[in-house]
Design a protein around this ligand. Structure first.
Ligand code: MIC
Ligand code: SF4
Length: 647
């Protein structure tokens, strides 16, 4: 049977296990990334386990999330990350250079490689034909010092793209159509591999939009072949030497497949508060936003912004709209300046932001109370923008620009002659200027490099081993699709405490239930009950670390999102799933749950839970590899890693 690209790369990197869907395997990691949220965590962990120098081919820390620096915390964090990068032999990308998922394919990504990134949108680099998987900072730290990455062998889901996009319809609309059909759960356990004759017409940045949003479908990652389009892109970046061809075999078989006919697509929009609530842009004419944002790791390429600018050229932003634009990287911004596009944007009334995540994660441009914002980003979860009462709609740059002109959500084809945007393609040769990337020096004794810790950098809390008899009360019962943003929200006033756990913990579940922290502290030991797909969305490991800090020992859910389950294990919280999902209904807040002989039950893979006050029992399952079970019993991965490195 012919092989998919996914299976070719996995086979090439397999260090343990047998490749068969669902079977645990371990793969070698070539590259890693982290940033000024998650890279800080990786740095703290590497420090706490006395790591020396990283052993990957390339590891990079990017400063792109916490860049507002309205008080000392962000600057403290950046200084920490920069000095930690030097200490551990990691490239460091300065703030203002751009978003990690933009910069990595531009400057470091290579077809055929495996990359692990401490960010859920790491799959963006899959646009180059690399297997780029998102994870928590702790898992990434492990792989930076030579551990293999453990995962259940994914299924390979083929999204076949046929035909070509009509003018005014963009790669974002393909991603939204895939989400409409597959939902936020449709990709769980799968790598989404894109094939079909439609690929030839999609540039690497367009492919990146699709690879980026694979995570919104719950997929492990998304990947494209490395073909002539990839070669031309790497050549334009001055890196043709990094290109290798990587195509699926002509008779490659996939576990599942859908076809998206590009000619039939129309401009689409995801309605609040989930990226899969997708409708046609033209049906939302009644929605009048206050703000439009064009940017984020999904849609801030040169051609994305050039198309939006073409629509805005000679027009003014509607009086009721506040339009902000952020290029994905400094390279994109340099081209926009060179080609006069920035001037067109400014003339139309757009506000230009720095090259960073910005509004996508509530770092500035927080909407007004009950505000409506149209964004080209990838997530519209409630509260993520920084305003719980706000409504965020996700759209393409073309739809966003048309909306900025008319003041209501608009199909770009109804606003301008969209054939005008056809000429807005990627540059043939990019401006290459890596002066904002600090290359790690060759240092004889890395341990001697001083890591600068400002007041905001507080050592990580640790937890003792898992208890063999757990008795704890239900502190929270939640529904389906709870996001890590629900567990610990984004926003500048919250995320600035990323490296200060006691302060950060005060915000746990703050928008869902403001009494959570107080109750959890009072209970000391607690259990959280979740529905399906618990912990979807961002890789934010604090969604595990903070409940652990507040005493949560177990999460029982109907199912878990992959990255969050990994994080729970890494921080010593037992993630178990209901064997019979009806048992979910038998549990109420404040019930007292008991697990006896936890170690033996975890080893067996089936864990019996007693609801003490109701005198009933139910069965749960733990899906984890043997080594993950050891990590759990040890109380988390840092204990485990420390012991291993000491040897
Ligand atoms: C996000 O989009 O939510 C983030 C901020 O990029 C996160 C990273 C984090 O929360 O630390 C992600 O996607 O993983
Ligand atoms: Fe940054 Fe938003 Fe992308 Fe996360 S999703 S990396 S916050 S731009």
């Amino acid at each position: 049977m012919g092989q998919s690209i996914t299976n070719k790369i996995i086979k090439d990197h397999l260090s343990a296990g047998k490749m068969s869907p669902g079977e645990q395997i371990e793969i070698k990691v070539d590259q890693t990334i982290g940033h000024d949220l998650t890279g800080i965590m990786a740095g703290l962990i590497l420090e706490s386990v006395n790591a020396d120098k990283v052993s990957t081919e390339t590891s990079v820390f990017y400063c792109d999330h916490n860049t507002l620096a309205t008080s000392t915390e962000n600057a403290d964090d950046h200084l920490y990350l920069k000095t930690a990068a030097r200490r551990f032999g990691v490239y460091f990308s300065k703030p203002g250079n751009g978003i990690c998922h933009f910069l990595h394919p531009q400057r470091f990504g290579k077809p055929g490689k495996v990359m692990l990134g401490a960010d859920s949108h790491t799959p963006t680099s899959g646009a180059l034909g690399m297997l780029a998987i998102g994870s928590g900072g702790l898992t990434v730290a492990k792989c930076m010092v030579g551990e293999g990455f453990k995962l259940a062998t994914p299924k390979v889901f083929n999204i076949k793209l046929t035909g070509s996009l009509s003018p005014g319809v963009s790669a974002k609309d393909i991603a939204l159509e895939a989400l409409r059909r597959l939902t936020v759960k449709g990709g769980i356990g799968c790598v989404v591999e894109y094939t079909g004759d439609g690929l030839g017409g999609l540039s690497v940045p367009q492919r990146a939009t699709l690879a980026n949003m694979s995570i919104e479908m719950g997929a492990t990652t998304g990947i494209f072949p490395s073909d002539q389009v990839t070669r031309d892109y790497l050549k334009a970046q001055g890196r043709e030497g990094d290109w290798v061809e990587l195509l699926p075999d002509p008779d490659a078989e996939y576990d599942d497949e859908i076809e998206i006919r590009l000619d039939e697509l129309e401009p689409l929009v995801a309605e609040p508060h989930m990226p899969d609530l997708v409708v046609k842009a033209k049906d939302l004419g009644h929605v009048k936003p206050n703000a439009v944002f064009i940017g984020s790791c999904t849609n801030a390429s040169y051609s994305d912004i050039a198309k939006a600018a073409r629509i805005l050229k000679g027009r003014t932003v509607h009086r009721d709209i506040d339009l902000t634009v952020a290029a994905g990287s400094r390279q994109v911004l340099q081209h926009l300046i060179q080609d006069g596009i920035l001037a067109d944007l400014v003339a139309s009334g757009a506000r230009i932001l720095e090259c960073a995540c910005g509004p996508c994660i509530g770092m500035g441009q927080v909407p007004p109370s009950n505000g409506i914002s149209v964004r080209t980003s990838n997530r519209n979860f409630k509260g993520r923008s920084g305003t719980t009462s706000a409504s965020v709609y996700l759209a393409s740059p073309e739809t966003a620009a048309a909306t900025a002109v008319t003041g209501r959500i608009s199909d770009p084809r109804d606003v301008v002659d969209v054939s005008l945007v056809e000429g807005c393609t990627e540059p043939e040769t990019y401006i290459v200027d890596d002066s904002m990337i600090i290359t790690p020096d060759e240092i004889e004794d890395n341990q001697k490099v001083e890591i600068i810790r400002g007041e905001n950098i507080v050592p990580l809390p640790e937890r003792g081993p898992l208890r063999d008899t757990i008795e704890a009360a239900v502190v929270m019962k939640l529904g389906d699709n709870i996001t890590t943003d629900d567990i610990i929200p984004a926003g500048t006033h919250i995320l600035k405490y990323i490296a200060n756990i006691p302060k950060f913990a005060e915000y746990t579940f703050c928008y869902t239930d403001e009494t959570f922290v107080e109750r959890a502290k009072e209970l000391k030991n607690s259990v959280i009950i979740g529905g399906e797909n618990y912990g979807q969305g961002s890789s934010r490991e604090h969604a595990a670390l903070l409940p652990m800090f507040l005493g949560t020992e177990v999460v029982v859910a109907k199912s878990f999102a992959r990255i969050h389950k990994e994080n729970l294990i890494n921080y010593g919280i037992l993630p178990i799933i209901f064997k019979n999902t009806e048992d979910y209904d038998r549990i109420e807040m404040n019930d007292r749950l008991q697990i006896e002989n936890t170690y033996a039950q975890v080893d067996q893979g089936e864990v019996k839970v007693k609801i003490v006050n109701k005198e009933i029992e139910f069965l749960t399952i733990i899906e984890a590899s043997d080594s993950d079970k050891e990590i759990l019993k040890a109380g988390g991965a840092s204990n485990f890693l420390r012991n291993k490195l000491a040897k």
